[in-house]
Design a binder for this molecule. Sequence first.
Ligand code: NAD
Length: 362
Amino acid sequence: MNMSFKNFPMVSKVVFGRGSFTQLGEIISPMRLNERAPFIFLVDDVFEKNTTLLAKIPLLYDDQIIFISTEEEPKTSQVDSLVENIVLGSSILPSGIIGIGGGSLLDLAKAVALMLTNNGSSHEYQGWDFIENKGIYHVGIPTISGTGAEVSRTAILTGPTLKLGINSDFSPFDQVILDPELTEGVSKEQWFYTGMNCYIHCIESLTGEYLNSFSKPYGDTALSLCKEVFLDDTLSKEESQDKLMMASWHGGMSIAYSQVGVTHALSYGLSFLLGTKHGIGNCIVFDHLEAFYPEGVKLFKQMKAKHNISLPQGICANLSDKEFDIMIDISLSLEPLWKNALGKDLKTKTTRSRLKELYSKL
Ligand code: NAD
């Protein structure tokens, strides 16, 4: 079989619009298998006291809300225990999993939906195309914009040995609801970090070796939306929320058919060793990558200054050689990311000493 051209699965259905979250009940009701098969809502616990949002979750029969802390990014052990509890709590499979939150909740929802129909532990499925069975119906509802997790074919998890996604044709959501009103309440810092995830996706995709005519228009659109949101003073709050949500979607689509680059290769190591979260971790790394992305970093620094964002410094200052080695091993294992950024210079530019030098700057 000639699989050199990716046959890429996409989100089956998407709704966009301010207030569209209120349609959730109508949207999922035809997907209910029967009265005993509940919908399970995985909801970021930042909404635990948000009665306006909670009142809009259309609970019926045995449907259940499980609040999830995003103190730490999703783990394979967390997915396994959620799946175990769901299986023990009901004699039949749920009708669906609905993730409401940022990238963390979207990835958890995808992973739980997949692991309800695949045996073993979720860490056995980290990597590419190990999932054998279609997951159960799953819906993603982002409440912060930037990761592109709402559109991607991966559910990124930290496992015992790696931070790596469950990449599969069954990972993308069956349904996404894009309601920019849900992003109300995000702090300025988190808005910036997660929003910059999208900006960095654009720069890495648009400057990468894997760029092609499918990815480029998505990357160009997302980049121009990011510039408007983060540099233009004329947008209303609503316009800015709407545009960032669509930037995230397009940034995710751009990456789908290309690849990320050096920022992600380094920040996965940071996240695994130090637990640095994806949004801020990418910003900390990207701030020092002028050598790889000169124009992109210059603009990033302008955006950072405009919004008075100060990033942590010296986070690797006290690490041992062994700890640097752990990060370097993780980073080097992400060869496609380096290849996308460096092409044929891959071997000469990704020496262990070069990576240690890069990590030491952070
Ligand atoms: P997140 O989901 O951890 O959310 C960030 C913070 O924002 C949390 O504290 C959360 O409680 C808060 N928050 C979310 N919505 C809010 C709202 N409306 N009001 C107030 N606070 C709100 O972070 P993120 O940056 O969205 O996602 C990061 C995760 O996404 C990481 O685990 C990363 O690995 C993953 N990721 C996945 C993909 C993918 O393609 N699957 C791509 C990029 C990143």
